[in-house]
Design a protein around this ligand. Structure first.
Ligand SMILES: [Zn+2]
Length: 398
């Protein structure tokens, strides 16, 4: 395959602008949007929507590939990149969670190697998200991370991770409850990392210190928390009220109730971000599986992933980012264009990617043609419209 940046063949894509709902022709050359023209739509033309590519800041795995398995291969990284592209994700952040130090380094090296091998992978991976190991050891905030490998912030250890990744770590999720967290966060920021608060049991003062030191995001706010919390203050209210913090949420319909999503969207507005947080079982058919994190797990027909025999204990998310966009629209929590931006422009802006331009001239031509509602079949008074001759009543009315 030709390296992406050498593909200079001009291209015209026609679609309904996802924001303005006007038919447009989008001109592309050398990977960049060069022009957008209003289009006269023929009456019988059915154009798809056109919008900016989705950006997923948190992907633990998908379609059988696991970013937390030391046996991850370059081919596996290429395969997951292609699986995600098919679902509209043009930029993603492989997410490596708490593990043995050597295992983390091995996985980071493999992701780096995959970027060196494939220009497509290199252009789709915006950076690596290191989620842990400097998180809370407390039950609840710890979530599914292995407690044995949780540790206080350690700059030389992080430096060894950064080196193993070829400098590709761009985002780190940590808990500021450890002593020395503020200095560690300042060091991360100086080295160009975006710092997120997550898997935390931090006090309000510790959260304030983290924000003052440069933390800019709450990772999957509302999840990885204690089952019971003091009504106030607590770390959810504190992060919700911090205007300096963006918030990512898992909007798969199982991790957070609609009321919580609504409150987070209202509070964070342009800083509300959808993530998939998908695991390797994401995109696979319903059934029972053996998961490296949860053991025996069940993926239901509805798309919920839970511990086998325990439907209330989630075992990660099994849905791609597009599912979250649809959930948010379906629940009436945002319009389609706003939901789409929560999964594209909002994360790009926070990560300062060129993709933050969205569907504008000069932005990278990462584009998705989609239909918000795909009609499979239509019924009239209970009659399948493809077999009209069997439907006497409709014929009588004509
Ligand atoms: Zn997490």
């Amino acid at each position: 395959m030709m390296p992406l940046d050498q593909n200079t063949t001009p291209l015209v894509l026609s679609g309904i602008h996802y924001q303005t709902h006007e038919p447009v022709d989008v001109m592309v050359a050398s990977g960049i949007i060069t022009d957008i023209q209003k289009r006269e739509q023929a009456p019988d033309e059915t154009l798809p929507f056109i919008g900016p590519g989705l950006v997923d800041m948190q992907v633990n795995g998908f379609a059988g590939v696991d970013f937390n398995d030391a046996t991850l291969t370059v081919d596996g990284v290429i395969a997951i990149t292609q699986s995600l592209l098919k679902l509209g994700v043009t930029t993603f952040y492989p997410t490596v969670i708490t593990n043995a130090d050597d295992t983390i380094r091995t996985i980071l090296q493999t992701i780096h190697q995959a970027c060196e091998t494939s220009s497509l992978v290199a252009s789709c991976i915006g950076g690596i998200h290191l989620e842990g190991p400097f998180i809370s050891p407390e039950e609840g905030p710890l979530g599914a991370h292995p407690k044995a490998h949780v540790k206080p912030p350690d700059w030389s250890l992080l430096q060894s991770f950064i080196d193993a990744s070829g400098g590709r770590i761009r985002l780190i999720t940590l808990s500021p409850e450890w002593p020395g967290s503020a200095d560690f966060i300042r060091q991360c920021v100086e080295h160009g990392l975006l710092v997120a608060i997550g898997h935390t049991a931090a006090s309000p003062a510790q959260i304030q210190e983290a924000v003052d030191a440069g933390a800019r995001l709450s990772t999957h706010l509302g999840n990885a928390a204690h089952q019971l919390l003091p009504r106030h203050p607590n770390y959810i209210w504190e992060q919700l009220a911090q205007d300096g913090l963006a918030a990512s949420v898992i909007a798969d319909g199982f991790h957070l109730p609609p009321s919580v999503l609504k409150v987070i969207f209202r509070m964070k507005a342009e800083k509300a971000i959808l993530i998939s947080d998908s695991v390797s079982l994401g995109g696979l058919p319903a059934g029972n599986y053996q998961s490296p994190v949860g053991g025996e797990v069940t993926l239901t027909d509805e798309g919920k992933l839970h511990l086998a025999g325990k439907p209330t204990v989630l075992a990660g998310s099994a849905q791609p980012l597009l599912w979250g966009v649809n959930q948010v629209v379906r629940l009436g929590l945002a319009s389609l264009d706003k939901a789409w931006e929560m999964a594209s422009i909002h994360p790009s802006r926070l990560l300062n990617l060129p993709q933050q331009g969205g569907l504008t001239i000069g932005a990278p031509a990462d584009l998705v043609l989609f239909r918000a509602v795909e009609v499979i079949k239509v019924y009239k008074k209970g009659c399948d419209t493809e077999i009209r001759r069997d439907c006497t009543e409709i014929h009588r009315e004509k």
